[in-house]
Design a protein around this ligand. Sequence first.
Ligand code: ADP
Ligand code: ZN
Length: 601
Amino acid sequence: MDKLRKPRKSLLFYYGIFILILAIFNFMVLPWILERQIIEVDYRTFIKMTEENQIGQVQIQQNRILFTDKENTMVFKTGLMDDPNLVERLYKSDAVFSGQIVEQMSPIMSILLSWVLPMVIIFVVGQYFAKKIMDKTGAGNALTFGKANAKVYVQSEEGIKFSDVAGADEAKENLAEIVDYLHNPQKYREIGASMPKGVLLVGPPGTGKTMLAKAVAGESNVPFFSIAGSEFVEMFVGLGASKVRDLFKQAKEKAPCIVFIDEIDAIGKKRDGSVGGNDEREQTLNQLLTEMDGFEENTGVIILAATNRPEALDPALTRPGRFDRRIPVELPDLKGREAILKVHARKIKLAEGVDFEKVARMASGASGAELANIINEAALRAVRENRMLVTQDDLEASIEVVIAGYEKKNAILSDKEKWAVAYHEIGHALVAAKQTNSPPVQKITIIPRTSGALGYTMQVDEGDKYLMTKEDIESRIATFTGGRAAEEVALGTMTTGASNDIEQATRLARSMITRFGMSEEFGMVAMETVTSQYLGGDTSLVCSAETQAKIDRATADIIRRQYEKAKRILEENKEKLDELAKYLYEKETITGAEFMEILGA
Ligand code: ADP
Ligand code: ZN
């Protein structure tokens, strides 16, 4: 979503113009106007006035004489003559010798000219341009300091429909009701039903939340205001709040319409009462709450908001009457991935016989945005190789690029390192295969990647699992430890390559105890809560320090047991381990099918 950054820039711009105009007035216009007020007289008149004592002040300049009348109401000038007795005569006439006649003249006038007039001009010109821009775009952008710079999508321009959003069927079903309401609010009003004012789209990044919101607008043919939560958070206290006010004012004028607030957690974070720093955000949030309470139900303004941190939202935001409906937008499953690939593949030229299901299966865990990226990378690869059509190969290669980064062409692993990586990766795969008797991997390569990974293992997508048994988890932990186990069994050493495995194994083992109630010692007690479900699943412990120490020990026990199991499996299959590692070392890539063939299973 591109954001309009304009107001900040235009503010600086206007300060610049303002100063420029001030300078022009003070150094050019003002002197000019003052000059015009001076009445030119001939020298004869000057002499006459001197003799008649009619001169108030006088100033002799380089090439002229300025003087005023006795009452100082008018300024005259005359040319400078070669007149030796001039000063003496002036002295006698009681004239006051003055330094600066012109500037003493009329302080009110000069303030008026040098300050007030420029401001008036700037204001008028600014209004004029603001109006012009507003007429053109339908939204004020020029002088909108402190105003909501929500972007309005006119439906015809974007035109995203539900059919463009693949998968996400539950979310679409949910949102279809809102579309129906926007089409026919009367139906709902008659029966006394009211639509929720706010709908929260919740899910990991890149799963199509923005797209869904746009699609709702596209389907219901109403204007779509879109703004990111972070845009409300301004440098100055109070501006965010005024932006919110303005946004809702605009929205009410354009109702029925949809307001989409992306990353609402930027303003909607829990108010924690800490002193200082958060004033601006809190004011903005309060204003948002007030606005949401302020408009009547059934006005036709529907607010959609997206976040990937629902747990961080202030409870006031999610209570009934505000964002009381929550629609989860999850990572796509196998079918969803296939559908998303197909939607994006409409834009590229495909060779015959591309198997999207296979690609979807390989790209397990990818988000919609990543899938879109995979299609694009595949097209780029085809162009690089001077082909007109995108092939299956392109697609498969770009999965690795998107998920693991580009191949690092010039990273050379030493011989020893290469053996270690080969054994490590085969170790994982072999332990997994022996436990489940099925191919554990699609493919393993030991070509270093730009992401820093030394090898890359593409796991087989096991389909969507909603439940895992204790045994499932244990065998996964064993598989995680399989890499390190192979290093020890085959090479009698340990490498740093296992750090990520260790982390994941630890997390799983810990969760068995603290979240899944799978340990005998602790039973069904929750000692951990997940704090960010959609962003890595961080957890926080809620138990005493003593218990923590016990948990740590029990975690280590679980992992040790699984590690022993992995080692046992590898020792029993030492020949296969050597054979597979040798194959991978030589070929640098092994597919799941080749793997199973060598294993003879
Ligand atoms: P979010 O707002 O959830 O972070 P976006 O809606 O911005 O994600 O999606 C980013 C991009 O990913 C979209 O522009 C689109 O190309 C692609 N995408 C994501 N989900 C889908 C989907 N379900 N169907 C088609 N494309 C999708
Ligand atoms: Zn590993």
